[in-house]
Design a protein. Structure first.
Length: 176
């Protein structure tokens, strides 16, 4: 989060500081602080407010207490707040016989990348839903994964047994 704030244009960071916790009317505040800021500043401020909302730092245009700490200048306080307020990653996913995969919480970035290589994200969120399909398996095989790689992934991250799968070819376009 601190890296995101550090990457902002200095004018945008200054307007965020002026706004304190109220991100609801950043454009008006930006025009007051930078009368010659023009449309580039309006767009940058709207983008910053939207990003803060998406990152969970703001709700209904107001910076949360965690968001305030995460955007502050104290990296140790930010780590402490993140550890206390943000959910930890989960160790396993639920593999359903209908080829649905349910992650009951956030996955590690590596596990999420691996899962997205063989399944499509259907419903993002705290409890995400992925779908394994013929197309997603073909994509994984085209990208160099083998049948054994796919089964090993599901075995490693599955909190449940790997359900019986339909026949998977060892290589795309070749049935053994």
């Amino acid at each position: 989060m601190h890296d995101w704030r550090a990457a902002l244009d200095p004018a945008v960071a200054e307007v965020l500081d002026l706004a304190d916790d109220d991100l609801g009317d950043l454009v008006s505040l930006g025009r007051w602080a930078y009368p010659a800021g023009s449309r580039w500043l309006d767009a940058a401020l709207l983008d910053a407010a939207g990003t803060a909302r998406i990152l969970g730092l703001a709700v209904d245009g107001r910076l949360t207490s965690t968001g305030r700490v995460l955007l502050g200048d104290d990296p140790e306080a930010a780590r402490t707040a993140a550890a206390a307020d943000l959910p930890g990653t989960v160790d396993g996913v639920y593999l359903q016989p209908d080829l649905t995969v349910i992650a009951p919480g956030p996955l590690t970035p590596a596990d999420d990348d691996d899962l997205r290589a063989v399944a499509d994200l259907e419903a993002p969120g705290l409890a995400a839903r992925y779908r394994v399909s013929e197309d997603s398996i073909r994509r994984a095989l085209r990208d160099g994964r083998t049948r054994d790689d796919v089964v090993a992934l599901f075995t490693r991250i599955g909190a449940t047994e790997v359900p019986p799968a339909p026949h998977l070819p060892d290589r795309p376009g070749r049935d053994p």
